[in-house]
Each structure stands twice: as C-alpha cells, then as structure tokens.
Design a protein around this ligand. Sequence first.
Ligand code: AMP
Ligand code: ZN
Length: 139
Amino acid sequence: MCIFCHIVEGAAPSHKVHEDEHTLAFLDINPVADGHVLLITKHHQQFVEDLPEELYNALFDTLKGLVKPIQVAFDAPASNIFINNGPNAGQLIPHVHIHIIPRPKKTGMNIFSGAARFRPRNREYFEEIAQKIREEIRR
Ligand code: AMP
Ligand code: ZN
C-alpha cells in the first residue's frame, strides 16, 4: 500500500485541509512554498487517465473549491497547479495527486523555463507534432 493510501486510512499522519467522500487534501511534507497542498483521490490509482469518471470529476470539483481559499490564505494572486503523471515526469508517489502551490510573489519558479524551450522551430515542426497527436486522438 502506498504512503498516500496510508494517509487516507489514518495509518500515517497528515495535516488535512479538506476531506469528503472521494477526495482528501493535506499539506505537502516538503513544501515548495507555504501552503503547498496535495489533493488526492482516496481511491488508489497511479495515473490520472485511469481514474474512474466519478472520481476524476470529484477530484477536479474539489480542486475548484480549494484554489481560492489556498490563495487567499497566503495572500497569493496566483498558484502553480500540476500533476506529475508518471515517473518520467517526476512522480515519486504512485498515487494521483494534484500539487497546489500558492504564489504570493514572483519567485521565478517555472517548470516551463529553460533554454531548450526557446530554440527556434519552424512551421513544419509544429505541424508534424500536432499531426502525431491528432492521429493518436483519432485512433
Ligand atoms: P510527486 O513528485 O509529484 O510524486 O510528489 C510527491 C510529493 O509528496 C512531494 O512533494 C513530497 O514532498 C510529498 N510527500 C511525500 N510523502 C509525504 C507525506 N507522508 N506527507 C505529505 N507529503 C508527502
Ligand atoms: Zn495509494
């Protein structure tokens, strides 16, 4: 059983900020910023795309309700909200969780920065990439 399942069961400690039938939100033990919250489904599933519809909807419904209170609590006009969906994407705990990190000021933390991002790419490049994705969506 994973550590987040232990937290759901109450077998491991956590600082909960929200709980309902399907979801649980608690503080990240190694916060990137004050107010760094993890939102999970109580049901164990590693990948977001494998969540049953009802749980998927419950997860994002809870997210919607949590964002504003978390931001306001830390006087933050913004937040980073993300899922590391699999080990290649930095997922350490194999149980779907959404990071919610309030951002009171610009900290420069941006997972989308980095020099490789800004090398020039032509129209054909983008068209080829978009085509690959469209084909898979249609499959
Ligand atoms: P990820 O890399 O997306 O899998 O993130 C896992 C997150 O879980 C990290 O930010 C950890 O700090 C956090 N974490 C790991 N164990 C615990 C725990 N027992 N309680 C709260 N947060 C945890
Ligand atoms: Zn689990």
